[in-house]
Each structure stands twice: as structure tokens, then as C-alpha cells.
Write a protein that binds this ligand. Sequence first.
Ligand code: MG
Length: 246
Amino acid sequence: MSVFPLQARGLIADIDGVVLVDGEVLPQTRELIRHYGASLAFVSNNSTHTRESLCGVFRAAGVDVEAGQFFLAGTRLIYSAARDFPGGKALMLATESLRELAREMGLSSVSASSWRDVDLVLLCRDTEVSYARLEGAANAVRSGAPLYCANHDLVHPGKSAVYLETGCFLALLGAVHPGLQPRVFGKPDPALAFDALRYLKLKPEECVFIGDNLETDAPCARAAGIPFLHVGGAEGLPLWAFVGSA
Ligand SMILES: [Mg+2]
């Protein structure tokens, strides 16, 4: 029998370092789903996956979730870019699944060598990034192209190593162009948490936000008025202590 010390009606959970470690969904995540059902939303700075592809990772691990339960910095960036630059030409540093989403939303993906012609640069956690695309992005932002960036994070944690995050690319572009003023979509900005609250149809005080990052998750929860519990990572409560043994 699992132990749920919290009586919150809804749960908002960070993903990396909390329910997903080294690419594997922690088995206790199934307990969260059993307890909260549709009153669970995931809020993440993930900019590798679409909502559908990340949902597929969870389902493959036997966790029964819906794509609508995921609120991700990368997809929020794509939606915003498509709204702000309808039919725009974008130099995209992003995985193929996010580039495909951008194309579905009406944006066109231009080659790195066409950096002079772009309307904006999209910066996500591009796990297949190339020198040419980084150089094209650097030249585009130096020449004044707006930069939409998924998050500031430098890394996200694994059990014994870290994974490079979007903020590393942002730091590189900032070194080349010190006046860089990106629009950043991920936590600690509370927009994703507000999206999750609208989905849950709950008030902030009716939910609990669990996350492993005190520099992004905690201030995001605070700005949205959601009580925060430090879960995951080296310092936080382990998920098994929160939900009991799987
Ligand atoms: Mg995290």
C-alpha cells in the first residue's frame, strides 16, 4: 500500500530528475498516476520531445498518461513562435520531432547557410546539433534575429552524470553576442504552471508542485502560488518516500 502524505487534489510534477532519470521512467510514477489520475500534470523544461513523443516514453514504461497532461518548454516555444511569426522562416536548433511540429504549425525550417534570411532563431535541446547550425544561429542573432529559447538550464541530472541542456547553447550564443536578449519559455517563468492549472481546473492552493531544482521548480511554483515539495535529485525527498514502494 502506498503512502501519500499529501492530501492535495492535484499534483504538478517536474519530469527530469523526479520521474525520469537517465531516460527511464521511475516505476513509482505508476503510483502517482493511480493516486491522482487525470489530476496530475507534468511541467518540464524539456525541449527534446513533443508532448506526444514524451507521452510515448511514459506509455512504453507502462505509465498510462495522455499527451495533454504534459506542459513542455519546447512545445510552448514552438506554439509561441508560430503565433508570433505566422509562416515565418526559422533557423531551428531542435530535434527532428520538434522541427516537424514547427513545420506543422506553419513555420519553415531554413538551412544554416541561409542565416541572413531568417525571421527568428529557435533554440531547443538539439541532441544532434552541428557546428554549421550553431555558427548560423550565432550569425543570425548577431545580425538582429530574435531568439526564442526553451530554457536557461545548463544541465539536467542523471544518477551519476549530467546531461547538457539548452542553456549551454544559449551561453555560447551569449558569448558571441553579449547583448543577446532571448525570449525564454521554461521555468522559473510560471507560464507552464499556469497552463497546467488551467488543464487541471484547480486553484494553485489545491495542488502541490514537486520538483528537484530549487533554482527553477521552486520559484516557478512560488510565482504560480502552488505549494512546493522538493523531490528528486541529490537533495530532495526520493520519489519512493513520497509515494511508497512500487
Ligand atoms: Mg528536474
